[in-house]
Design a protein around this ligand. Structure first.
Ligand SMILES: [Zn+2]
Length: 298
């Protein structure tokens, strides 16, 4: 299988990539991956991750729920309750930070389309990009959305979107820099980019170490912290104008991490550490389990 190995940092080209953590694919393959970190820009990356042609098989497990609608198990149930709350919060945040109502939105990695549907119902013109065919068809058939595979990106009208959103998507993208460049061409000069990603500088990441669910190797190719996002932004002539926490990610990630640890007190312990993580993030969103970054062009 063809894999991707980096001898220098793809974000800043620095050649000092230091071993950071070694984690396991708990969700699908059981394989172990090394994560290294660039000592200059603090971006961490998964070494020897499957290339674009081979990553698909790592998204096949039933337990990988990001794009599914299964309702089995406590964690999945919680996920669905929380999803509805988060849809409302994402809508409010998008409208606040863009100062636009009924604008034009592109959601990258839109999955089954729930967020796009929420925005469409409030009058936005929406469009989605989704690599997975089943999720794409679900979004089109269930909500009548316009959702395409990533190949259509170059055909979209330049500078035509008020906002482009990537909810837990950036960490999955091969060719990070070129993909971001492509998106920035589609964004209006005054437009807003919203990126939500796990934060390896969070309390829960430090507490769970190699068993932290936010590593999610090899599906997560990149691992970010607030400093690394600031530097990535600068390199793309962007600036971070706001950071927000995702309150339920603290609990979700902690509960999942406990499951990976096979802890018999996993639910109690997961809630406890999730609550502690959230408390830290409330005081400082840079410590949140996942951070929503709001970016504008410089
Ligand atoms: Zn770097």
């Amino acid at each position: 299988m063809a894999v991707v190995y980096y001898s220098s940092c793809p974000v800043c080209q620095y050649t000092q990539l230091q071993p950071f953590v070694t984690s396991k694919d708990y969700a699908v393959s059981g394989e172990t991956y090394q994560i290294v970190r660039c000592e200059q820009c603090k971006t961490a990356l998964t070494q020897n991750s499957p290339d674009v042609a081979n990553i698909g098989q790592y998204y096949q497990a039933e337990s990988y729920i990001s794009h599914s609608n299964t309702r089995k198990g406590l964690i999945n149930n919680l996920y669905h309750i929380v999803r509805n709350y988060m849809l409302g919060r994402k809508k409010t945040l998008t409208e606040q930070v863009t100062a636009v109502k009924e604008g034009k939105l592109l959601d990258i990695g839109c999955g089954t389309g729930y967020f796009l549907d929420t925005m469409q119902q409030t009058g936005w013109q929406v469009q989605g990009i989704e690599v997975e065919e089943k999720a794409r068809n679900f979004a089109i058939q269930s909500f009548g959305l316009q959702v395409n595979s990533p190949e259509v990106l170059p055909t979209l009208q330049p500078e035509s979107f008020d906002v482009i959103t990537l909810w837990h998507v950036l960490e999955h993208l091969h060719n990070l820099n070129s993909y971001l460049n492509q998106l920035l061409q589609l964004l209006q000069p005054q437009g807003t980019l919203i990126i939500a990603v796990p934060n390896y500088d969070s309390y829960d990441a430090k507490h769970y170490g190699k068993e932290w669910a936010g590593w999610d190797v090899p599906r997560h190719l990149w691992h970010f912290c607030p400093t690394s996002i600031d530097i990535l932004a600068q390199r793309h002539e962007l600036r971070v104008v706001q950071r927000h926490l995702m309150p339920f990610d603290s609990f979700y990630v902690s509960l999942l991490s406990e499951k990976y640890k096979n802890n018999s007190w996993s639910i109690l312990s997961g809630f406890w550490h999730g609550a502690w993580s959230l408390l830290q993030a409330w005081q400082n969103p840079k410590k949140a389990s996942s951070v929503i970054y709001v970016l504008k062009k410089i």
